[in-house]
Design a protein around this ligand. Structure first.
Ligand code: HEC
Length: 186
């Protein structure tokens, strides 16, 4: 191969790499939403899937939550269970990012996250956490703490047996109830 040919090929390759790079930059700029941390989770089809999952869990609460909480990212960010203390940190963080919601809207958001996305150890949580997450009044929360100091809760049925506890709520939360402190970070 003559050196002129080699130079032509090299220039061609360099030009192609440059153009491809430029095109990628422009495309990425164009696709990047305003305040999103993870673009992989925010393509439209995924967003719709996540919304459908959330809506199925509780249309009444999620209808209120959706416009408030999916303005900057998809529900894919939200649909991971975590302890209540962890959720409180998230709410504060989102508030800092500029979430705008009325007290009424927050009530729906709290109820949805507590009921479908919160891990709770019913033998460990204090009264405040029990009432916030399980939706029981203070008297019932105190009764739960008394009950477990006699005999620890061993099943959802044990919890449902406490007067004042809403059976349907406990049934919905069953997969996220634990009876021995769950490992940190799960
Ligand atoms: C004003 C924009 C905005 C709104 C509105 C918003 N978020 Fe976020 N959210 C963010 C950003 C930005 C991140 C990424 C933060 C990061 O990576 O540190 C995020 C991340 C998250 C995460 C992941 C946090 C983690 O550490 O795993 C959760 C959960 C979340 N948001 C929940 C919500 C909920 C619930 C709402 C509605 C109450 C909401 N977000 C509304 C901007 C927003």
């Amino acid at each position: 191969m003559s050196s002129q040919n080699r130079t032509t090929i090299a220039l061609g390759v360099a030009g192609f790499v440059l153009l491809a790079g430029l095109a990628t930059t422009i495309l990425m700029r164009h696709r990047e939403p305003v305040r999103t941390a993870n673009t992989a989770q925010t393509t439209t089809s995924f967003s719709k899937d996540y919304d459908a999952v959330a809506m199925k869990l509780d249309p009444e609460d999620y209808e209120v939550m959706e416009p408030v909480c999916t303005r900057c990212h998809s529900a894919g960010f939200i649909l991971h269970s975590r302890p209540w203390s962890n959720w409180q940190g998230v709410f504060q963080q989102m508030y800092g990012y500029g979430v705008q919601a009325t007290p009424e809207q927050w009530n729906h958001i709290y109820r949805f996250t507590a009921r479908y996305l919160t891990l709770i150890d019913v033998n460990d949580a204090d009264e405040d956490e029990l009432s916030a997450v399980l939706g029981v009044d203070e008297k019932t929360a105190i009764a739960m703490v008394q009950r477990r100091s006699d005999r620890r809760f061993q099943s959802a049925a044990d919890v449902e047996a406490v007067p004042g506890v809403n059976k349907a709520v406990i049934e919905a939360m069953k997969p996220r109830l634990t009876f021995d402190k769950f490992p940190e970070g799960e």
